[in-house]
Design a binder for this molecule. Structure first.
Ligand code: DOR
Length: 446
């Protein structure tokens, strides 16, 4: 019989969405066995975490890890190292790889690739096309269905009303979407054809494009009473309509739409070209407020690497997207120091909420019986984000040169310590995330 390994993490301050407590946590193999165990509890390994905070591992519900097919930009091995370093213990990856993940067979193939090379836990969305509703109906082993209602990197697009109605009517998995109105974007692109200043990207993919598509998707969800998660909300206008969720709608905001706005083009150029585009400082403020008000529940990265060489092509030939997965938690810890939010809120937005939105089993909390996916953070430790030190294969960050206060220092995936103070244990492999969609998502759980 396999011998289980008991680990006792002592003296850390344990953070939940509801508060903090100075308690020990006992891990038994891959699970959290006990919170505040009896004083003489024996373990194979005892970790003194005095002065540090213990958080559930981050669940990033929107990443693009480019494997298969686009591995010159990123691959599962580099990206999952970046996750481990950043305190992300579970990622949910998008279907716009090459080939795209649009059948149960392709989904199984991607899961097999990740089983071989991912250091952290993984799950993969199945992508919608105008013609694959039968595949979407039979898909299992997935958080849900991704629809590109507006086109972005890759050729996945479903914007005909009939096809969208069919998907919302006939499928049962939760649906999520990239919401930018294709017709609006095309019209604007014609208007600004020939302009090579990347700042025009925000005029092409404008406020109206985001608002029209998000309204359209929410209307579909309400009419078909279908669970729906809005990806990367970028405008205050969308945040306003999300206040009326009627227990069916959840939403995500990405770090770049909180931290950057159109002023950033002047210094960062195409590094901050992404879809949906950057909006204004007023939108930044309204998105933060929507998080505070609970109208947006999740923070994710939309980690979407491209090489710097690709990024240096003149606009509009430069691709959209930026890497972020290894800095997301640290960026939020820094905001805690700045007084923008609390550590409890960071845990709610980055761990608890995404796990509940996607019905993840055993994730997002430090509670007895949950998976031992954990990150220990040193709130006082300062570090610099530097391109050349990034683990992502594309080796750059839009936050290059920034100094942050607060760093993830140790990360456990299913009870195994995969990252410790700059070193990785590459022998550790993550597991396939599992989903119980009968739970009914965020609004049906607490
Ligand atoms: O900027 C983006 N890049 N937005 C997306 O939705 C896709 C992503 C990518 O895959 O490059």
């Amino acid at each position: 019989m396999k011998k289980t390994m008991k680990t006792l993490i002592q003296n850390a301050r344990v953070v939940t969405p509801h508060g903090m407590a100075d308690v020990s946590v006992l891990l038994d193999d891959e699970r959290i066995a006990e919170i505040d165990p009896a004083i003489h509890t024996r373990a194979d390994q005892t970790i003194d975490a005095a002065g540090l905070h213990l958080l559930p591992g981050v669940v990033d519900d929107q990443v693009h890890f480019r494997e298969p097919g686009l591995t010159h930009k990123e691959d599962l091995q580099h990206a999952s190292r970046a996750c481990a370093k950043g305190g992300v213990t579970t990622f949910l990856e998008m279907p716009n790889t090459n080939p795209a993940t649009i059948t149960a067979q392709r989904l199984a193939e991607k899961l097999a690739l990740a089983a071989k090379s991912s250091l952290v836990n993984y799950g993969f969305y199945i992508g919608a096309t105008p013609h694959n509703v039968e595949e979407l109906k039979k898909a299992r082993r997935t958080p849900g269905i991704k629809i590109f209602i507006g086109s972005s990197t890759g050729d996945l697009l479903v914007d005909e009303q009939e096809a969208l109605e069919r998907i919302f009517a006939q499928t049962t998995l939760p649906i999520t979407a990239h919401c930018e109105d294709e017709a609006t974007v095309r019209r604007n692109a014609e208007k600004y054809a020939g302009v090579s200043d990347v700042a025009v990207h925000s005029k092409i993919r404008d406020h109206a494009a985001a608002l029209i598509a998000t309204r359209r998707a929410i209307d579909l969800a309400f009419r078909h009473q279908h669970r729906f998660h809005v990806l990367h909300v970028s405008t205050g206008g969308e945040a306003e309509i999300l206040a009326d969720h009627r227990d069916l709608i959840t939403a995500e905001v990405c770090l770049h739409h909180l931290f950057f706005n159109i002023d950033a083009y002047a210094t960062l150029g195409t590094r901050v070209q992404m879809n949906p585009s950057l909006k204004t400082a007023a939108d930044n403020a309204r998105l933060w407020q929507a998080l505070q008000d609970g109208h947006i529940q999740v923070i994710a990265t939309d980690h979407a690497p491209h090489t710097l060489e690709e990024k240096s092509r003149p606009y509009p030939r430069s691709p959209s997207g930026l890497p972020a997965v290894e800095n997301s938690l640290a960026l939020l810890l820094n905001e805690v120091h700045l007084g923008r939010c609390t550590l409890e809120q960071v845990v709610r937005w980055m761990c608890d909420a995404p796990a509940r939105v996607w019905d993840l089993i055993g994730k997002g909390r430090i509670e007895k019986g949950y998976d031992a996916d954990l990150v220990l953070v040193d709130l006082e430790k300062e570090h610099h984000i530097l391109d050349e030190q990034q683990e992502t294969k594309c080796r750059w960050s839009p936050w290059n040169g920034r100094t942050l206060k607060g760093s993830p220092v140790r990360t456990w995936v299913m009870g195994n310590e995969v990252f410790r103070n700059g070193r990785f244990d590459e022998s550790i492999k993550g597991r396939e995330a599992t989903f119980d969609h009968t739970r009914g998502g965020y609004w049906k759980t607490q």
